[in-house]
Design a protein around this ligand. Structure first.
Ligand code: AR6
Length: 170
């Protein structure tokens, strides 16, 4: 089965997809950036589901590189897949953790039966990952993943990020 990779510029909360991936933090209780936007537009159902997950499974938080799904609330999607990206480090190579975010999100998508998945550029905002390296890791990981997802759509927030992904796509 082939997975089609597409790049679009825009706000991920405006996308229609089976699953929308959130660049969350380990608390799962919201934050700024894409996380804040997803909770704002998706409504309180998502936070309620995150709180329930914290209570049932992730009392110490979701580990970096892992992913977990909730309802998508009012978003035009069936699920939000929350994943925790690594904070960029100039002294330590954390790329395996960033790759894990994409791989684990796709694994959860497969468990759910999602066929279209929209990703933001994980860790490239508040967490400081350089966009070109983040794009390369995202594209390499998705290209080599074994998944039944038919379309992986990267939703880049601004024109600069979109151009970087286009260049990395080759
Ligand atoms: N749609 C698509 N992309 C977006 C949107 C949007 N609505 N908003 C921002 N981006 P960030 P991180 C881009 O900071 O670096 C949160 O507080 C943004 O331009 O959202 O993984 C969490 O709670 C950037 O390219 O996530 C964590 O604490 C990319 O999405 C922390 O930030 C990721 O930026 C996670 O940091």
């Amino acid at each position: 089965m082939t997975t089609t990779l597409t790049l679009v510029q825009g706000d991920i909360t405006r996308q229609s997809a089976d699953a929308i991936v959130n660049a969350a933090n380990s608390s799962l209780l919201g934050g700024g950036g894409v996380d804040g936007a997803i909770h704002r537009r998706g409504g309180p159902e998502i936070l309620a589901a995150c709180r329930a997950l914290r209570a049932s499974h992730y009392g110490k938080g979701l580990a970096t590189g892992q992913a977990v799904a909730t309802t998508a609330g009012a978003l035009d999607a069936r699920w939000v897949i929350h994943t925790v990206g690594p904070v960029w480090s100039a002294t330590e190579d954390r790329s395996a953790l960033l790759a894990s975010c994409y791989r684990e999100s796709l694994r959860i998508a497969d468990e759910l039966g999602a066929r279209t998945v929209a990703f933001p550029a994980i860790s490239t905002g508040v967490y400081g990952w350089p966009m070109d390296d983040g794009a390369r890791i995202a594209l390499d990981t998705v290209r080599t993943a074994r998944t039944a997802v038919r379309e992986v759509r990267f939703v880049l927030f601004d024109d600069a990020a979109h151009r970087v992904f286009e260049a990395a796509m080759g």
